[in-house]
Design a binder for this molecule. Structure first.
Ligand SMILES: [Fe+2]
Length: 120
């Protein structure tokens, strides 16, 4: 947890290079993934319907943040973007070889929760 006692704690004394920015964005992505992981754990750990709905909404916003950061990383580092695309192609090829059409099994286990979905 960051310390908020010093309001200048996160300030830096210089601008960062593009390479350092790419590294910073990777760290930011890791932070978003950690947040998603923790919100999911908290959603699974409670039966409080309102808490589940609120945490699910926040978790989904973190997923959107991750998407924004990934798009920014692709923009800042096109070579890395090519590697992402290569990895995605490899998985698509494996899916074709295995006859898998629907990649999203996650949604069955961790559905997006809204107040409406919880009324069922
Ligand atoms: Fe976020």
């Amino acid at each position: 947890m960051p310390s908020f006692a010093n309001p200048f704690n996160a300030n830096v004394d210089r601008k960062i290079s593009k390479e350092e920015l790419v590294q910073a964005i990777r760290l930011d992505i890791a932070g978003e993934l950690e947040a998603i992981y923790l919100y999911d754990a908290h959603i699974m750990a409670t039966d409080d319907l309102l808490a589940k709905a609120v945490l699910s909404d926040i978790r989904d916003e973190e997923k959107a943040h991750m998407g924004e950061l990934m798009a920014l990383l692709r923009h800042l580092d096109p070579k890395e973007a090519e590697m992402f695309a290569s990895g995605e192609s490899e998985v698509k090829e494996m899916m074709e070889e295995l006859g898998i059409k629907e990649p999203n099994l996650y949604e069955e286990h961790m559905p997006s929760l809204t107040v409406g979905s919880l009324k069922k």
